[in-house]
Design a protein around this ligand. Sequence first.
Ligand SMILES: [Zn+2]
Ligand SMILES: [Zn+2]
Length: 132
Amino acid sequence: MSETADPVDMLERELTVLAFELTTPRPAECVFCYVDRMLEEFGCDNTLRWAAQWRGMRAPRATALEARLAQRGGYCDCEIFLNGWAPSAGAVVYDEESDEWRWRAPRPSCCGVRRGSSQPCALWMPLRRPRW
Ligand SMILES: [Zn+2]
Ligand SMILES: [Zn+2]
């Protein structure tokens, strides 16, 4: 490290590393757990950017992924969970105060999927009807 290292530069570099770590899928993490985690941190930008990010890093050959998500109404990252898939029953609890289903605490971590698989792990199930 040189004596003249600019602290702003260093901070920027650290933030870049941090952002990279935050947005890298965990080992064996399924696309659904990953997208759900990213939505909590960064929200939806009305595209399938997190699903596409996951695919690029974990399953570049799963080229049908976006089409499969769209088939169930997932035209952007948050719609995947509004229309297509929901956490399976054992993974959530009903919160009377907010009248909403929430993840069991602590939030269950991904059960893991085979490398290159774009299937959801056991935490997710397809929705028959919109919303729970
Ligand atoms: Zn969205
Ligand atoms: Zn998962």
